[in-house]
Write a new protein. Structure first.
Length: 114
């Protein structure tokens, strides 16, 4: 099928553009995805169907800048500021941002409690 010419229906807005992932990702990633999807289907029968669609790919990206933190995780340049997550340069995705946010929240809660 040509990119964008498929018949996949989705509730995702603003919509999707269908394409063959072999044209946009390196083969080692494609092979790993295929193996993972097959393995997932072994664990959860019925995951692979004719209607199954891989709607999106989350890529690991980082902010081009980093707000420096000291040993206590406070900003080096601004007292009371606790840089956290992807925008501050300390995470590369939603999960690592969440983990970093929880870490900083625990630090702030500890400081407020003392």
């Amino acid at each position: 099928r040509l990119p964008g010419k498929g018949t996949v229906k989705t509730s995702y807005r603003p919509g999707i553009c269908e394409t063959d992932l072999d044209t946009v990702l390196p083969h080692f990633i494609i092979d790993t995805l295929r193996e993972g999807i097959v393995d997932f289907d072994r664990r959860l029968r019925g995951f692979i169907t004719a209607e199954a669609t891989l709607v999106g790919i989350e890529s690991r990206t980082s902010a081009p800048v980093r707000i420096l933190r000291d040993a206590s995780s406070e900003s080096v340049g601004v007292k009371g500021l606790y840089p956290a997550g992807e925008g501050a340069g300390y995470a590369g995705g939603i999960m690592s941002s969440a983990v970093d946010g929880i870490k900083i929240a625990d630090i702030i809660a500890g400081r407020l409690a003392s």
